[in-house]
Write a protein that binds this ligand. Sequence first.
Ligand SMILES: [Mg+2]
Length: 344
Amino acid sequence: MKVSELGEFGLINVLNEVVQTSNQGTDNSSPLGFELKVGIGDDTAVWHSSGTHGLYTTDTVVEGVHFTRATTPWRDLGWKLMAANVSDIASMGGLCLYALVTLGLPPDTDVDDLRALYQGMADLGNRYGVKVAGGDIVRSPVAFATVALTGAAERPPMLRSKALPGYQVAVTGYVGSSAAGLEVLLSGTPANSEAVELLVSAHRRPEPCIKEGRILLMHGVAAAMDVSDGLADDLSKLCTASGVSATIEAGDVPMHPALQEVFPERCLDMALGGGEDYKLVFAADENLMAEVIPLLSPSAAVIGRITAGDQGRVRVVDSRSGTQEELTPRGWDHFKSPSTTEAN
Ligand SMILES: [Mg+2]
């Protein structure tokens, strides 16, 4: 079987099985006072040591798959690559620590472009206390960059697997703006209005939710993940990990007025299916939800409820029109999607 038939998430399951069955030996965790709490399958790995929960995540961008030199400025690419990693730390409720950066480069790569890439990583990283602490450089037929980032939390992190039936589901802010910004860029629409500029900026310079993640963790929220592939798709992953399903009320999904202005017909599709907003989707009981929502951005909103059974299923109801829609995951799957778009 080829990876293209299996898809990214199917491949993760296959490799996870090998890891689970092959890594049988004792590791050095206990003599050193460490314990691996969460392995493959959540937004970050988690280990515990003397009161601290260590977090570890990684993300890669490849030329021709995630970006093209023609449409993505290197500095924006650096920002986005770092943002994707920082967002995974945010989804656990942690703070960022150290990054290792691996570059794969064709020999004709311009040094100034790489300077811009690193400047973009610093632009974002400096806002969240990230220190670049090392890395590796290899020759490669296409340019790629990998960031591996550590973080830490002082209490057990939020996980995808902790949602319970009856919990409310919420997001920490507007979704769909990044997908709309990408659409604007790909269609070549000139950034001729404030609304269009805002969407493009949401795509090029997404802001991860570290502050929000900290608030949620400190107030006792247990179930969260970041919206990187799309709200519906990521909520489906959270539901799969928790063995539950969810219902979303379409009219409650927070969409920026600019998104509704520029894409009045497609804004809901973009909000449910578009990726890279890097907001957090989380689940908690009603009392806790009522406590934390006022502490977040005014655009944070309860959008639905966790339901029992039908593991991983996400339904979208529109009470105004009385319609109900079953969502199939439309998020980005690296091996099943066309490999030449800028989308990720
Ligand atoms: Mg994630």
